[in-house]
Design a protein around this ligand. Structure first.
Ligand code: AMP
Length: 427
């Protein structure tokens, strides 16, 4: 199916052509007709499927037909995403799509000054792309009124919830007086996500697509058993021996990321950092250096790297196994794109063996083990036997990604009901 047969305006088609889009991706084929009808959508799709265009193009198409100027301090469409990187990426994509139109896209996220964002909002926006926290600050300061939005999108809704933004999301929803078309995109589904969807979506069309070209056949999964304190050494050795030129390394803690970058530097390997403590501009610069090949390695935490679109990345390394098996899938989703082969390499110390079992269950395949000579772990079998015993398993299952994160839903049942009624009545 071609974009030229979608009834889009000339200026939109011209921009899409410049982006190199001709045929619709599967998610676009499914979502575009539903979105154009104005129906709510609940879609399961990962980054790399073309989901941004799937929700953005129908909105742009609608706004172009509407053609009324944006009032100061308001927006017509609101797109929520969990991280600043993802917000910036979505806003970049949409800006490319609306290049030949007069539509105004404003991005709103933390880590940068409020004032420049406020200035842009004061002119009025057609589309605002925002993280929930910073958006809420602007709403409270009356820099943005979202009462009358016609479209609302949740991108990576699962991650928005994982990051403890549920109460912000509900507060934001209370500000909406119109009855917007809502599109919710998520890589995974959970009870909490389904509950939110049931609360705010009206008869949504459920859409599910697999990430194109990220089947098990294009990604090889291997793991190296290694003691925790020798992981950096092993990383440097593999990069050198195997001549890896572009490696995205995932860690669980910012501190680990800082140390790896320092140590790789000593080995003459240029590595950059992508984590939440870095200023937005520094993170963007790091990403640009990594994408352009100036830096060979990017070390990232899950949250910071979520949703980043890095084309055909050959190697992803789990320096730490993620706490949640689902995050393994998110992480390795950066490799093996566009039909190219990708490798997912995990460094596993004893404590991480249980996550390996959970990951193997989730991805439905055994991960090949490679014991690198000189890095063997002692008494491994005894440890594995102990780990398989029930109490240890139970203990590990209670781990969460961020034990300090706020409680998910701080709204009373009564308030929840009020929000539901409010939204369903469309008043
Ligand atoms: P997304 O899943 O929205 O992050 O998109 C992943 C990548 O696919 C981005 O680089 C998009 O620019 C690109 N893309 C989206 N739709 C199409 C399309 N129909 N044809 C070619 N590339 C596309």
């Amino acid at each position: 199916m071609l974009f030229s047969s979608q009834g889009f305006s000339e200026e939109l088609l011209k921009a899409l052509e410049e982006c190199g889009y001709q045929k619709l991706t599967p998610i676009q084929q499914q979502a575009l007709p539903v979105a154009k009808r104005g129906q709510d959508i609940l879609a399961t799709a990962q980054t790399g499927t073309g989901k941004t265009a799937a929700f953005a193009l129908p909105i742009i198409n609608h706004l172009l037909k509407d053609n009324s100027p944006a009032s100061p301090y308001t927006t017509k469409a609101l797109i929520l995403a969990p991280t600043r990187e993802l917000v910036a990426q979505i806003a970049d994509n949409i800006s490319a799509y609306v290049k030949y139109t007069n539509l105004k896209v404003v991005s709103v996220y933390g880590g940068v000054k409020m004032s420049s964002q406020e200035r842009k909002l004061s002119d009025g926006a057609d589309i605002v792309v925002a993280t929930p926290g910073r958006l809420w600050e602007h709403i409270e300061l009356e820099n943005l009124n979202i009462e009358n939005i016609s479209h609302l999108v949740f991108d990576e809704a699962d991650r928005i919830l994982d990051m403890g933004f549920i109460s912000k999301v509900r507060a934001i929803m209370m500000e909406v007086n119109s009855s917007p078309q809502i599109m919710m995109f998520s890589a995974t589904v959970s009870k909490q996500l389904n509950a939110l969807a049931a609360d705010i979506l009206r008869k949504p069309k459920r859409i599910e697509v697999e990430r194109a070209n990220t089947t098990a056949s294009t990604i090889s999964h291997v793991l190296y058993p290694v003691d925790g304190d020798r992981k950096t050494e092993l990383l440097a050795e593999l990069i050198g021996r195997k001549n890896w030129q572009q490696v995205l390394v995932f860690v669980n803690y910012k501190e680990t990321a800082n140390n790896i970058v320092k140590e790789l530097k000593l080995d003459g390997i240029k590595a950059v950092l992508c984590h939440g403590d870095r200023a937005q501009s520094a993170r963007r610069r790091a990403l640009d250096e990594f994408k352009s090949g100036q830096a060979r390695v990017m070390v990232a935490t899950d949250v910071a790297a979520r949703g980043l679109d890095i084309e055909s990345l050959p190697h992803v390394v789990n320096y730490d196994m993620p706490f949640l098996a689902e995050d393994y899938v998110h992480r390795i989703g950066r490799t093996g794109r566009a039909g190219q082969r990708g490798s997912a390499v995990s460094f596993v110390n004893r404590e991480e063996e249980l996550t390996v079992m959970q990951v193997e269950q989730l991805i439905g395949q055994r991960i090949k083990r490679i014991v690198q000579s000189g890095y063997e772990i002692q008494n491994r079998d005894a440890f594995l036997a102990k780990l398989n015993s029930k109490p240890a398993f139970k203990e590990r299952r209670s781990r969460v990604n961020n034990p300090d994160k706020p409680k998910d839903d701080q709204f009373s049942a009564e308030r929840r009901l009020r929000i539901q009624r409010h939204l369903k009545s469309g008043k």
